[in-house]
Write a protein that binds this ligand. Structure first.
Ligand SMILES: Cc1cc2nc3c(=O)[nH]c(=O)nc-3n(C[C@H](O)[C@H](O)[C@H](O)COP(=O)(O)OP(=O)(O)OC[C@H]3O[C@@H](n4cnc5c(N)ncnc54)[C@H](O)[C@@H]3O)c2cc1C
Length: 421
């Protein structure tokens, strides 16, 4: 066909439009709208990637109550004296400058028919796609004698910030030769090696400042992540300081008395000076309110992190039940990028890549003694499935352990830049 000028202008304009303007699936209103609840490892990453990659074609609103996000990752290093609290705090200014509408408020309700999220401060925000990454809450009554009203006497420090500062202050105020107790959580929970890295960091601090102090760990599990690596490290660096009482020795039969500052393990009561209670966990409450959990966690489809309960609602990170990935910041960040790509594809027609995930969890045992465990994953019809993994070995050289620690420093800088811009 010979093109006349009019026809040429018409077709090229249509072609240009199809290149520049996205296919907008906005349900009769202007731009498609994505609302993200929770500005942590999963939520901040998802919000940033959707805003950045859609180049303004999607309205992205992030709802997060805190003005400053303190990473749980490296919060144990703060307890050990390797980091200051400022080192693990991040604000939301760069995300806002990058095009994300940051609303500092609590999401308190989700109307799945009207597709709105209501806020504690009043009003509601409409969405076409809703991404929830609220992290964890604690299971009521999980540790006899403990509830949230006891978190000042017996901190969990499993949401970082003021709780981490409180636990550090209590550690510093311990009397000479005093006792630090930890009640470890049952599976599944946020950061499988987290409690044991914490024991290591507390031991590191006490060895330097209070060398006759003792650490007792009551654990409902028979074994834990990187167990042989931690136990080797504890024997090498902190001999005789740490008493780990696993399930086989009654570690799961625990109650605490926050007024008397006692811990009772399998019928034996001990007076302690600091008690770090890390209760059983479940998805952050807003996931339950949205009706997308099984009572504890939110089952999701591995290909895009959409929930089994509602195709327009996605759950990332710790709150999700996805299969083989551990609940970690690295995992949440990796899942967020898969989800962001899928959500953008669904709303604008952009290319969606096959879901691939990865995770590494580093832990510091003592100065320059870093260990790691990690794996790559893919999406199957049933779950996020592990493809292959790796783990540090006992007896590694000091040089390799130092290099592993330095790698974790690089990872921290990278992931926080990836989350917040
Ligand atoms: C001691 C410790 C050490 C750890 N170390 C590591 C590590 O070395 N590497 C690693 O990868 N991971 C580590 N983790 C795990 C990591 O912190 C979590 O897995 C990760 O933060 C999960 O991301 P998330 O987005 O699911 O939740 P979070 O990062 O906790 O983010 C949830 C956000 O949602 C917000 N929120 C909750 N409810 C609402 C609501 N109703 N409305 C609005 N906002 C809401 C919260 O304020 C919070 O900011 C560690 C954890 C702990 C406790």
């Amino acid at each position: 066909m010979k093109l006349n000028r009019r026809h040429f202008i018409g077709t090229s304009a249509a072609a240009a439009a199809s290149l520049s303007a996205p296919m907008v699936l906005a349900d009769g209103h202007g731009k498609p709208r994505v609302v993200v609840v929770g500005g942590g490892a999963g939520g901040a990453t998802a919000a940033r990637y959707i805003a950045k990659d859609s180049k303004g074609a999607i309205d992205v609103t992030l709802i997060e109550p805190t003005r400053m996000y303190y990473t749980c990752f490296f919060s144990n290093l703060y307890l050990g004296g390797f980091k200051d609290i400022e080192d693990i705090g991040h604000s939301y200014g760069s995300l806002a400058a990058g095009g994300v509408n940051v609303v500092h408020d609590w999401a308190v309700g989700v109307d799945r028919d009207a597709k709105t999220v209501s806020l504690a401060g009043g009003g509601s925000v409409p969405y076409d796609k809703l991404i929830l990454s609220p992290g964890i809450d604690f299971v009521d009554g999980a540790v006899e004698g403990w509830d949230l009203s006891a978190q000042n006497a017996m901190p969990h420090a499993y949401k970082a910030g003021s709780q981490s500062e409180l636990l550090k202050a209590q550690l510093m105020a311990m009397p000479e030769g005093g006792t630090f107790a930890m009640v470890a959580p049952p599976n599944p929970y946020r950061c499988p090696p987290g409690p044991y890295e914490r024991v290591s960091m507390v031991a590191h601090f006490l060895k330097a400042n209070n060398p006759t102090a003792k650490i007792i760990v009551a654990d409902p599990k028979p074994k834990f992540s990187k167990m042989s690596l931690f136990q080797e490290g504890w024997a090498n660096h902190y001999e005789g300081m740490i008493d780990w009482i696993g399930e086989d020795f009654g570690g799961g039969n625990v109650s605490v008395d926050p007024n008397a500052m006692t811990v009772t393990i399998d019928g034996e009561e001990t007076k302690v000076d600091v008690c770090n209670v890390i209760p059983a966990m479940k998805a952050g409450r807003i996931a339950e309110i949205a009706g997308v959990t099984d009572g504890n966690w939110a089952p999701v489809n591995a290909a895009d992190m959409s929930t089994k309960a509602d195709a327009e609602i996605y759950v990332l990170g710790d709150a999700s039940q996805q299969g083989d990935m551990p609940k970690s910041g690295f995992s949440a960040n990796s899942q967020a990028k898969v989800c962001a790509n899928a959500v953008r594809g669904a709303l604008t027609g952009s290319k969606v890549f096959p879901a691939r995930f990865s995770n590494t969890c580093w832990s510091l045992i003592d100065t320059n003694d870093g260990v790691k465990v990690g794996a790559s994953y893919e999406a199957t019809d049933e779950k996020i499935a592990k493809v292959e993994g790796f783990i540090s070995k006992t007896g590694e050289s000091a040089d390799l352990r130092k290099a592993t620690y330095e790698e974790s420093e690089g990872w921290y800088a990278g992931i926080t830049a990836d989350m917040f811009g």
